[in-house]
Design a protein around this ligand. Structure first.
Ligand SMILES: Nc1ncnc2c1ncn2[C@@H]1O[C@H](COP(=O)(O)OP(=O)(O)OP(=O)(O)O)[C@@H](O)[C@H]1O
Ligand SMILES: [Mg+2]
Length: 266
């Protein structure tokens, strides 16, 4: 079942393909033999009880876990056909292509405009000043895409932290878009938001579908059901079930999945 047996043609038609993915924090093993095929252009929800490894899995696709010196990863993680764990892969490139959104919106202490262009300036190949016309185009396009442009177009110079939490989270999604990410990895992006803001963010995620591949970690079963095409259920570092979301919620294959979605676990 190793990566060597997997034809590359299969790999490239998928957004994410992991094989024998194992991850240790020091001596503690957090992921066990994770084999996943995540399709491109859809929303895949990642569910399971607290501590089952959802964030660890998501972070390993961005290699952000490696910031901790004591993390060891085995196996492979192909993103659009390229194993991001290969030694020739540039970490900065991986971070640029696989954008992350966190639980609490974390805008930089800069203006709304500079938040949108910050990553782009950092990652773009040409050095030097960003031409004003290009900058304005990027800012408008990105903010329009996250349904924020009309609300902020007259206050682009104001500090981003003055926005509401919902707007801040939209901005945190917008700032990834100029880098043309292959994946949007969202770790409970609505957990700090009220129901109205949650539904606004869900709508936005749904709008991004097709153009982007989204992996969405959530504790909210209703959200997983409403806002995803496919669903992955994890338990104690292992993938138990991966299927069409409708099917998983109506006729789950495993009793553990049924127990979880019916609220019989913490
Ligand atoms: N930085 C770390 N160092 C050591 N162990 C960690 C670290 N981060 C997570 N773990 C452990 O790895 C396991 C998986 O954690 P992870 O955060 O991925 O779970 P999760 O499914 O995202 O949980 P939650 O739903 O609470 O966010 C847990 O046992 C956790 O204690
Ligand atoms: Mg988590």
């Amino acid at each position: 079942m190793g990566s060597a047996n997997t034809p590359l043609a299969t790999a490239t038609s998928l957004a994410i393909m992991t094989r024998d993915l194992n991850l240790w924090y020091g001596d503690f093993q957090a992921l066990f033999d994770v084999d996943l095929d995540i399709k491109s252009g859809i929303i895949t929800a990642l569910i399971g009880p607290s501590g089952c490894g959802k964030s660890t899995l998501l972070r390993s696709v961005n290699r952000i876990t490696e910031r901790l010196g004591y993390v060891r990863t085995g196996g492979s993680i192909h993103v659009h056909g390229k194993n991001i764990l290969d030694p020739d892969v540039e970490l900065l490139q991986v971070r640029r292509q696989n954008g992350m959104v966190f639980q609490r919106p974390n805008p930089l202490p800069l203006s709304i405009r500079d938040n949108v262009t910050f990553g782009y300036r950092l990652h773009r190949e040409e050095r030097g000043r960003l031409a004003r016309a290009e900058r304005d185009r990027i800012v408008e396009e990105s903010l329009t895409k996250v349904l924020l442009w009309d609300a902020v177009k007259d206050k682009l110079d104001q500090p981003a932290i003055e926005l509401s939490l919902e707007e801040q989270q939209k901005l945190c999604i917008a700032r990834l878009l100029p880098m043309r990410p292959q994946l949007l990895l969202m770790d409970e992006p609505c957990s700090a938001l009220d129901p109205q803001a949650t539904s606004a963010i869900e709508e936005l995620i749904w709008d991004l579908r097709g153009e982007y591949t989204v992996v969405l970690v959530t504790h909210n079963m209703a959200q997983a059901r409403r806002a995803s095409d496919e669903c992955i259920f994890m338990l104690m570092g292992r993938v138990i079930e991966h299927s069409d979301t409708g099917r998983m919620f109506v006729t789950p294959t495993h009793t553990e999945t049924a127990d979880y979605i019916e609220g019989r676990y913490g």
